[in-house]
Design a protein around this ligand. Structure first.
Ligand SMILES: [Zn+2]
Length: 363
């Protein structure tokens, strides 16, 4: 029997290879009058090119950092106020989209970005148009923003961060290097499987999660090794569908562990999630997960976990603490992972002792 569930995702999705060429028309369609485009330095030239071709783009901020800083958000808000922008366009990976979300909400407030970073509530946001350039974050369809002030990093959930629209154009992912393709693809797979086993899952998020996992497993290796248009397009779709699943069901243990792993061992987000992914597949294995493994074409959960290890191996991803930077403190990692709010979504209750055992096996 199908249990009761609630599902909503108000973001309009424009998907297609080359879709970004329709940007002026899509912005008009979304009622955007004037917008500030945010991106990182890598996309600065493309940002300027888009400004020339798109009458609605009033200014470009091209200095988003990998862990987006509040300073970049302040500059975006300043540009939005100066140009009277009613929207912000994020061109990039998670960092640019996170910057756009926080800035769009700050631009509607009398309070400073610092005050909001310290917890002041948001009441509204300008329009947010997300244009992801990697197949991984799913941030284009979620209401979460991760921002930093110096070393202090905060994950903020707020309905006002939900993008008005996203333009998912797989052509933008064609130049992503192979290793990053593999890491972001495994991040997307982690979003899907965690949405599937999250205690907050429902029939519709299950359907989305299974579709995402099926597409990602069928295309990740080709996307990594050959980078074909077909595989890249499938990965962009898989990542988007995983985003639609976890925007409601949320993520769980792998993501809870990923934050201390990124902080103390400097692993990029996707690599940090993949670091414990196969361990969590084995720890969370139950009848339901065994059924999933079979649906995905594996004999059991262990075979699925082994496939994750194989993918990490071909991409040269780090799989042991011995290969990572930073001093290993398993007690601290276990404590911070156990205390992270996302750990509460994990289907198996894992306390500090259980997590310690998991991390010890990864030395
Ligand atoms: Zn993730």
């Amino acid at each position: 029997m199908i249990d009761a569930f609630t599902y909503a995702n108000p973001t309009r999705i424009f998907f297609g290879y080359g879709k970004l060429q329709e940007l002026p028309a899509l912005l008009s369609d979304c009622g955007v009058g004037a917008a500030v485009l945010v991106c990182d330095r890598f996309f600065a030239a493309m940002g300027e090119d888009l400004r020339e071709k798109t009458p609605q783009i009033a200014a470009v901020f091209s200095d988003v950092e990998p862990n987006p800083q509040l300073d970049g958000i302040k500059e975006t808000v300043r540009l939005m106020k100066e140009t009277g922008a009613d929207a912000v366009i994020a061109l990039g990976g998670g960092s640019s989209i996170d910057t756009a979300k926080f800035a769009a909400a700050c631009a509607c407030s009398d309070k400073t970005p610092d005050a909001h970073f310290d917890g002041a509530a948001f009441t509204a946001a300008k329009k947010i148009i997300a244009v992801p350039t990697t197949a991984g974050t799913g941030s284009e369809v979620t209401a979460v923003s991760v921002v930093s002030r110096g070393e202090e990093k905060k994950t903020v959930h707020n309905p006002v961060f939900q993008p008005t629209a996203c333009i998912v154009d797989p052509a933008l992912t064609m130049t992503v290097p192979p290793r990053t393709t593999l890491m972001t693809g495994l991040d997307a797979f982690t979003h899907a499987i965690e949405a599937f086993w999250s205690v907050r899952h429902g029939a519709l998020t299950d359907a989305l999660a299974v579709e995402a996992m099926r597409v990602i497993l069928a295309n990740l290796e080709t996307s990594f090794a050959e980078g074909t248009k077909e595989a890249r397009t499938a990965m962009a779709y898989g990542s988007l569908v995983a985003g639609l699943a976890f925007s409601v069901a949320k993520t769980a243990g792998c993501h809870a562990c990923s934050y201390p792993l990124s902080m103390y061992h400097h692993l990029p987000h996707g690599e940090a999630c993949a670091f414990t992914l196969d361990s969590f597949i084995r720890l969370n294995a139950d009848d339901r997960l065994e059924g999933l493994a079979k649906t995905l074409g594996f004999s059991d959960c262990h075979a699925l976990a082994d496939e994750i290890i194989r993918l990490k191996t071909i991409g040269g991803l780090r799989m042991r603490f011995a290969d990572c930077e930073g001093e290993l403190d398993i007690d601290r990692l276990a404590k911070e992972s156990a205390e992270h709010m996302l750990m509460q979504n994990n289907p198996v209750r894992l306390d500090e002792a259980a997590l310690k055992k998991m991390f010890e096996a990864l030395q």
